[in-house]
Design a protein around this ligand. Structure first.
Ligand SMILES: NC(=O)c1ccc[n+]([C@@H]2O[C@H](COP(=O)([O-])OP(=O)(O)OC[C@H]3O[C@@H](n4cnc5c(N)ncnc54)[C@H](OP(=O)(O)O)[C@@H]3O)[C@@H](O)[C@H]2O)c1
Length: 284
């Protein structure tokens, strides 16, 4: 039996990955925050999964729940850790409170490092275990900075850095680390963002952000099905020589041109023009 640990399996990418991996015969250890999600997932997947309940920002409960699975994984270790749980806290950087900005970093960055470190011995820093894999669910926002989505972009850029640093530090153990960098994917994260920008209507950004919900809806419509990400996860786990990065975008070459090669000032102008037309605003 191979064990895979995934954070945030209640909905979206995490839930679909859980389902796909269980179908392939893996035992998935997944985390959720609500009791109702624990019972729902246990009913659906039975013995093939172990569901832990903790908030990734709650250090004590995170440690307690992870220590509780020691008897399950101490013989074989973990084949893979998928750092998936994440949130988007949209809004102009000027107006996000310290608490909001810190919470974005706590969930998307600090918790990823903490959970990774707790599980590293089972992924192979303890040499009695076979080297495993780490997959970080990053974002195109880890490669490109969109206005009004700054905290999220900063957090995903940090995930990109963390992916490279861990990969270079862990290569001596044979542990591989990859980032999946999705553009829009059809998940609950979009509905969670809707309406959250209304509170900036009395700021200088109010006019630009007045159509944010419509723009979120249009991005959501063009989003990929979540199974695209599960297929990449299955590929990374199965392939001995998987890539370090997987960009998931409808126009990958155009995206790379924009994020890597065009001069900053040209991209700034393009973004300003797009925002005036109130098109293409994307919170994730
Ligand atoms: N959907 C996209 O377009 C897209 C694009 C690029 C990257 N991503 C990334 O993909 C990952 C998954 O997002 P998704 O699209 O699948 O969204 P989602 O459906 O909203 O799922 C997010 C998951 O993270 C969990 N979570 C959030 N805050 C948590 C916390 N404090 N403690 C523990 N769990 C927490 C949620 O649990 P609850 O149900 O309890 O809230 C849920 O299980 C995220 O890292 C996101 O940034 C998504």
């Amino acid at each position: 039996m191979s064990f895979i640990f995934i954070t945030g399996v209640s909905t979206g990418i995490g839930y679909n990955a859980l389902k796909s991996l269980v179908n392939k015969g893996y035992h998935v250890i997944g985390s959720v925050r609500k009791d109702s999600d624990v019972s729902r997932l246990k009913n659906e997947f039975g013995e093939q999964c172990t569901i832990l309940r903790f908030d990734v920002t709650d250090v004590d409960s995170c440690k307690k729940e992870i220590y509780s699975i020691t008897p399950l994984i101490e013989k074989e270790g973990l084949a893979c850790l998928i750092n998936n749980a994440g949130i988007a806290v949209p809004g102009p950087l000027q107006h996000l409170t310290d608490e909001e900005f810190t919470y974005q970093m706590e969930v998307n960055v600090n918790a990823v490092r903490r959970i990774t470190n707790l599980l590293l011995p089972y992924l192979g820093t303890d040499k009695k275990y076979k080297p495993g894999k780490i997959i970080n669910i990053s974002s195109v926002s880890g490669l490109f900075n969109s206005p009004y989505n700054g905290a999220y972009c900063i957090s995903k850029h940090a995930v990109e850095s963390m992916t490279d640093v861990y990969r270079r530090e862990l290569s001596m153990f044979g542990i591989t680390v990859a980032a999946i960098e999705p553009g829009p994917i059809k998940t609950e994260i979009w509905s969670k963002s809707k309406g959250t920008l209304d509170r900036f209507k009395n700021t200088a950004y109010g006019e630009i952000l007045s159509s944010a919900d419509k723009m979120i809806e249009s991005s959501e419509k063009s989003a990929f099905d979540v199974s695209v990400i599960s297929n990449i996860i299955l590929e990374i786990i199965a392939k001995p020589n998987s890539k370090t990065r997987y960009l998931v975008h409808r126009k990958p070459l155009l995206f790379r041109l924009l994020s890597h090669y065009l001069p900053d000032k040209m991209v700034d102008k393009m973004i300003a023009k797009t925002l005036t037309k109130k098109e293409n605003y994307r919170p994730v």
